[in-house]
Design a protein around this ligand. Structure first.
Ligand SMILES: Cc1ncc(COP(=O)(O)O)c(C=O)c1O
Length: 392
């Protein structure tokens, strides 16, 4: 049978490819973004107890009430906005489903959606699936004037026209570790004053920010929150990526549209996870520990890299660190990532994979992304292996 593909150019993702290669060559997998340790045992116990207590049938479509209330309270505490748990907060199957359902619900065929590049790999294919067009605004790369990546707002504004429906933002940013600053939110407010756009704010790593930086959620600014879908991931916050549970918050009218899609994509999210998470958040969870936990891991990896030829770039948030290998090789990123896995037992992700055209020379800046959501001993093994890499 001849199947007409909707995404003919989409193959196995680089994340799966590098993970497969890591297994094949018994390499340490610093590629895909997940921890090699368990969530807090008290959280596991809460979920287990929820199952034993009989919370095993379908949850309400919008999510378990206690969990929506726990999220509401946390957002008031952290960002000062009160989302209505009945109409404005929806529990989703990971940040992934929240992103997909939002794009499907809010973007129409022929619309344009602005993506900040480099970008998480979900955005563009999902936009294309609904018959819309992704438009890419490249970030400013680190330079002598600033050590980190920054959003190029002139490039964003140049892309806006009367077909533009949405801008997708991601802070803390995967893969660059960039976090939105006050000046970015000011700029965004000006844009929103002039153009009636929807903002899709991927804040999956909202609690993983370093060096005293505050996460600036779009929920902190009423003018932005009015037009935003703010998305988070329990998987990232509580070291349970395999549970695939997250949520999205947006004003009632926007939420109503997202829920129409969510209802037919998954209907509802596993009940014991929701009941357990609600209990855990109400009884124990202090999310500010998460940033200290990951800052120590980032610092350990950065210190370990000092005796290697891999130079870390600045990382303000997320559990990813980008390293530059220009002292070791001038070969393209994917080739280097493969060689590093096969010859030295360390799997990473080429940063070029986060560009629309990974093979293009401008996407290849001799950079690799390492996930440091790993046990200290794993980080030490990786640093040791990388210290023996002289050419690739
Ligand atoms: C930027 C970003 N958004 C969303 C997700 C998906 O999160 P979840 O596992 O909760 O679906 C990820 C996961 O890697 C991510 O890096």
């Amino acid at each position: 049978m001849n199947i007409k593909s909707k995404l003919p150019d989409v193959a196995l993702t680089i994340f799966s490819k590098m993970s497969q290669l890591a297994v094949q060559y018994k390499a340490v997998n610093m590629g895909q973004g997940y921890p090699d340790y368990n969530p807090d045992h008290r959280l596991i116990k809460c979920v287990h107890e929820a199952m034993l207590a009989g919370h095993n049938q379908y949850a309400p479509m919008i999510g378990v009430e206690r969990l929506r209330h726990a999220i509401r309270n946390q957002i008031i505490r952290l960002y000062g906005r009160s989302y209505d748990p009945n109409d404005e907060i929806t529990i989703t199957s990971g940040a992934t489903e929240a992103l997909s359902a939002s794009i499907i619900a809010l973007v129409h065929p022929g619309d344009e959606v602005i993506i900040i590049e480099p970008a998480y790999d979900l955005y563009a294919p999902t936009i294309r699936l609904v018959g819309a067009i992704p438009q890419y605004a490249p970030m400013h790369r680190p330079s002598v004037n600033h050590q980190n990546y920054q959003i190029n707002w002139e490039a964003v504004e140049r892309l806006i026209n009367n077909r533009t429906r949405m801008i997708i933002l991601n802070s803390p940013h995967n893969p660059t570790g960039f976090t939105l600053q006050t000046t970015d939110l000011d700029r965004l407010e000006k844009i929103i004053e002039q153009h009636k756009l929807i903002l899709l704010s991927d804040e999956a790593y909202e609690h993983i920010v370093f060096d005293g930086i505050e996460h600036l959620s779009l929920a902190t600014r009423p003018a932005l929150a009015e037009r935003s879908v703010v998305i988070s991931s329990f998987g990232k916050t509580f070291h349970a990526t395999g549970w695939k549970i997250g949520y999205c918050c947006s004003p009632k009218k926007i939420s109503a549209e997202i829920r129409k899609v969510h209802q037919f994509m998954v209907f509802s999210v596993p009940t014991p996870l929701q009941v357990g998470l609600a209990e855990y958040m109400n009884s124990y969870a202090e999310v500010h520990h998460v940033k200290h936990f990951y800052q120590k891991k980032r610092d350990r990896l950065v210190a370990g890299l000092q005796t290697t030829g891999f130079e870390p770039l600045e990382c303000q948030g997320t559990f990813f660190l980008i390293v530059n290998y220009q002292k070791i090789s001038d070969k393209p990123e994917q080739l280097v990532a493969e060689q590093l896995t096969k010859k030295h037992g360390v799997a990473t992700i080429p940063v070029s994979a986060f560009y629309q055209n990974p093979a293009h020379p401008s996407s290849n800046q001799q950079l690799l992304r390492l996930c440091f959501a790993k046990q200290d001993q794993t980080i030490d093994v990786v640093a040791d292996r990388l210290s023996n890499v002289y050419d690739l």
